[in-house]
Design a protein around this ligand. Structure first.
Ligand code: C2E
Ligand code: CA
Ligand code: CA
Length: 421
């Protein structure tokens, strides 16, 4: 419980809340007894007598309605007060379908014998009621659209329409392709390749990202073995690695890390050649839990990268608390570096910070040669961006690895090629 929740005592006979008031809190009875009563056909009717451990006042918190009954302490009563903000935070984070169910159930409960009661409607103006109805429809529409989209995505998954694409991560020192980042694509039968920006959000909200994320791990690990095989003269050092995105929703799944472990081990790749990309959000939402999750990833022998670094809210002081191997400096800083001295300063500072913490740095979103010179000056050793390669299929990436393609050639090639999205 947060500090927002606290205990309160009501003397016998005092009113805890009144029918018709807006609800600001729910209550759990710790000691004592509470009577819940409402007006029906002009008469006061006792609806319940509640004792220790029972909860009341929760309805108005969930649906923003007015109190449909009055609560009175009939003995000296101690309650735990659960504030609106506390409930709001949790409701906002909950599955939209569950939220819709909750609202429908509450609406039905409220409609039960409200005919002659001191009805909510009397308290609201026409425009307020219209607004409420519109909001209810909007949220219903949103949930239904999402449900349909979720179904489309599920069908697409079953029809094997998702594809792993790969983008090169290049060593700015040796010019070699040091690793690959796997990026999901939806090969839509009508629309062609669809960018993850259009569907990852819904996959996260609906939880679909959990099975699909695991499938990406499987595909990427198997592909890594094939890519490693195809390296010139069996290049073993430095080992080619695979970087795989995860979202915070995946970390909420209790079994996620265990399953990743099994997938990686079953595939036969060396776990040290797999980098799990996490977002700052995972670190900041619940740092203690994140630290445990990262420790588990490390125990499995996997490496950990923080993606889009600099865009979240993570305090730099936090970094040393976590076992992080790689910082990926967000594209927004790298792409504005040539025009903006401030971005240069940020990239330089992040590179130095990573070095102090013994982490590797990857500059994301390199799309201009001059950025490479600056990054090399700062000591940034790895880069990724459209200047080298766009994300591409395994069939397109394989020959580049086989030929040991250096970044000068990658640049020349990507300038020539009208590559896919
Ligand atoms: P991200 O992890 O930051 O991936 C990098 C994105 O930047 C990719 O977009 C890539 O195509 C794009 N990019 C790379 N170089 C450049 C450049 O030079 N200029 C520009 N303008 N863009 C560049 P993409 O593939 O559309 O992916 C978008 C996001 O979707 C990813 O951002 C990642 O957060 C998410 N995502 C992709 N695949 C997966 C996945 O398998 N699992 C999860 N959880 N998220 C994924
Ligand atoms: Ca990424
Ligand atoms: Ca990124």
């Amino acid at each position: 419980m947060t500090a927002q929740n606290f205990k309160k005592t009501f003397r016998s006979g005092s009113i805890i809340f009144k029918e018709g008031e807006p609800g600001t809190a729910a209550y759990i009875i710790e000691k004592g007894m509470v009577e819940i009563a409402a007006l029906q056909r002009g008469e006061r009717r006792v609806m319940a007598l509640l004792t220790e451990g029972e909860i009341f006042g929760e309805m108005a918190l969930i649906d923003d309605g007015l109190r449909s009954a009055t609560a009175i302490a009939v003995q000296d009563t101690e309650v735990l007060v659960i504030n609106r903000e506390y409930v709001r935070d949790r409701l906002d984070g909950t599955d939209p379908l569950l939220k819709l169910f909750l609202h429908v159930i509450l609406k039905r409960l409220r409609e039960l014998d409200t005919d002659d009661r001191h009805s909510q409607k009397e308290h609201k103006s026409d425009s307020e009621r219209r607004r409420d109805r519109q909001q209810a429809w909007d949220s219903r529409d949103y949930v239904l659209t999402q449900l349909r989209f979720q179904q489309d995505l599920l069908n697409a998954f079953e029809r094997r329409e998702f594809r792993p694409y790969y983008q090169a991560i290049v060593s700015l020192q040796t010019g070699e392709i040091a690793g690959l980042e796997v990026l999901i694509r939806w090969n839509h039968p009508v629309r062609g390749l669809v960018s993850p920006d259009e569907f990852i959000g819904v996959m996260e909200e609906t939880g679909l990202i959990v099975p699909i994320g695991l499938w990406i791990f499987e595909e990427a690990c198997r592909a890594l073995l094939r890519f490693q095989e195809s390296l010139p003269h069996g290049r073993k050092e430095p080992p080619l690695y695979m970087s795989i995105n995860t979202s915070s929703r995946q970390f909420l799944d209790q079994n996620f890390i265990g399953r990743i472990g099994s997938v990686v081990y079953d595939s036969g790749v060396d776990p040290r050649h797999v980098v799990v990309e996490i977002t700052e959000r995972v670190l900041m939402q619940d740092p203690d839990r994140a630290a445990i999750a990262l420790d588990k990833l490390k125990e499995l022998g996997l490496r950990v990268a923080v993606d889009d670094f600099g865009t979240g809210y993570s305090s730099l002081n936090y970094l040393h608390r976590f076992p992080i191997d790689v910082l990926k400096v967000d594209r927004s800083f790298v792409s504005s570096m040539l025009l903006n001295r401030k971005s240069q300063g940020i990239v330089r500072a992040l590179t130095e910070l990573a070095e102090i913490n013994q982490m590797e740095v990857i500059a994301e979103g390199i799309d201009h040669r001059d950025q490479i010179n600056l990054l090399q000056d700062y000591g940034c050793r790895y880069g990724q961006g459209f200047l080298f390669t766009r994300p591409m299929s395994e069939a397109q990436m394989s020959p580049l690895l086989k030929a040991g393609t250096h970044w000068h050639e990658l640049i020349a090639r990507s300038v020539l090629l009208q590559a896919e999205p």
